[in-house]
Design a binder for this molecule. Structure first.
Ligand code: BGC
Length: 431
């Protein structure tokens, strides 16, 4: 429990994140093609996958409807970005992470769409006018259809195609973007798409998994050099999902399982560490190792059944600081919480632990909540609600969730104060 007064470092970035495919709407890429082929299957499997969740009764009809699995118009952010970022400004955000969609920029091999490039230029100008710092992701998972037809990231040439796109985008926006995240969570994508066979192209191939990881690592190295050549003063990295593996009671056995887990999750970063000016941390998971993995207490869970364990972020920040000694931006952190009963508590507690890590020497320079608005959650579709802004998918209206007001006050004060906690005390009843 934290009672305030937690002041954050001057110039701290406060905001929220999105990704193109999840919010823009109207995308045509390998993922949208896969959705059309798999929507009926995913709807049929919903009961098996989700009926154990506490929200099952509420989400059942949506989760069993094939339309739920088609991104379609998503939140129509492509056309409504002005309204969305104006709301971010109202919520006192001074930073916004979003991704540029490769398949829109280069819908056919070597053909760059100037109208789309000027669309993203408009987005950047708009953010600049609002005084919101853009944090731009260059690849957040889907690839253009022509790339996937040639084998996607399993092929070395995809790295070359990607670099050509990166060069084009970095050149076009060199005067308006300081923060670049080249890749979003390369290891999660590689594992779920090429090893576990859950996401497109649904492969179960150890061989392809390693190929994809190595092509993405090469993309990180080379894209880093390209961007730094174009804008030497920019800050370039990527975002990584990093879990807190807890060696329960610090026993030798639990510690060795933790070491193995950490070895795998940090491998990509270790291999590419010279191609990151900062570490972008996406924190969602805690894994208590007590003889074996996954012995979590699960006191609080999100709508998706993920355990909410705020202090985990403290340990991950400590670990990253020790390993890499670089500035850290928390580029994602959040939860599916349609009723908004846990979000404010989760933000409050997690920021308490972020603050503690900063006090102890972690160079954390920003926090970007996932997500600015409700979005399309990949193979799960629209029912998980991650937004600070609630989206009505019929009217596309946005509404600030109560926790968003709480977070807005923190952003404004650059602090959690007793006054803020008092003002929003109704959000914490029962915690
Ligand atoms: C991804 C997001 C996703 C979020 C919640 C992150 O791993 O980058 O795209 O929506 O997790 O599942």
């Amino acid at each position: 429990m934290n009672n305030g007064d937690l002041k954050f470092p001057e110039g701290f970035l406060w905001g929220a994140s999105t990704s193109a495919h999840q919010v823009e709407g109207g995308n045509t890429n390998n993922w949208s093609e896969w959705e059309k082929k798999n929507a009926v299957r995913l709807a049929r499997q919903a009961e098996k996958r989700y009926s154990h969740l506490s929200v099952w009764e509420d989400i059942k009809s949506q989760a069993q409807d094939p339309q739920n699995y088609i991104s379609g118009k998503a939140a129509d952010h492509f056309h409504r970005f002005r309204d969305d970022f104006a709301l971010a400004k109202d919520m006192n955000h001074n930073a916004a992470r979003f991704s540029i969609e490769w398949s829109r920029i280069e819908p056919e091999e070597g053909v760059f769409n100037e109208t789309v490039i000027s669309h993203y230029a408009d987005v950047l100008h708009f953010l600049q006018a609002l005084g919101i710092e853009p944090f731009v992701t260059l690849w957040h998972w889907p690839v253009p259809v022509w790339v996937s037809k040639k084998g996607g990231w399993t092929k070395g040439e995809t790295t070359d195609y990607f670099l050509r796109y990166v060069e084009r985008v970095a050149g076009a926006f060199k005067n308006s973007v300081h923060f670049w995240a080249i890749l979003n969570e390369p290891l999660i994508y590689s594992a779920l798409s090429f090893l576990k066979g859950e996401w497109p192209p649904q492969q179960n191939s150890v061989n392809n998994y390693f190929k994809v990881v190595s092509h993405l690592a090469e993309a990180q190295h080379r894209a880093y050099r390209i961007i730094k050549e174009i804008s030497p003063a920019s800050s370039v990295g990527s975002t990584q999902i990093l879990a807190y593996f807890e060696a329960y009671e610090n026993t030798a056995w639990n510690r060795s399982l933790k070491r193995i887990s950490d070895h795998f999750q940090y491998r990509f970063l270790e291999k590419t560490k010279h191609a990151h000016d900062f570490i972008g941390l996406d924190y969602y998971f805690h894994n208590r190792i007590r003889g074996w993995w996954g012995r979590n207490e699960n006191r609080y869970r999100s709508d998706m059944g993920w355990e909410l364990y705020p202090e985990g972020i403290y340990y991950v920040l400590r670990d990253i600081t020790k390993r890499f000694k670089k500035p850290i931006y928390i580029t994602e952190h959040g939860l599916a919480d349609g009723e908004d009963t846990l979000r404010a508590w989760y933000i409050r507690e997690s920021l308490h632990h972020v603050h503690r890590a900063i006090q102890e020497g972690s160079d954390v320079r920003g926090y970007l909540h996932w997500s600015l608005l409700d979005n399309f959650e990949w193979d799960k579709g629209f029912w998980p609600r991650f937004g600070l802004l609630e989206v009505d998918y019929k009217t596309f209206e946005r509404r600030m969730r109560p926790s968003a007001h709480f977070y807005a006050d923190i952003c404004k004060e650059n602090a959690i104060t007793p006054e803020i906690l008092e003002k929003h005390k109704d959000l914490f009843i029962g915690f």
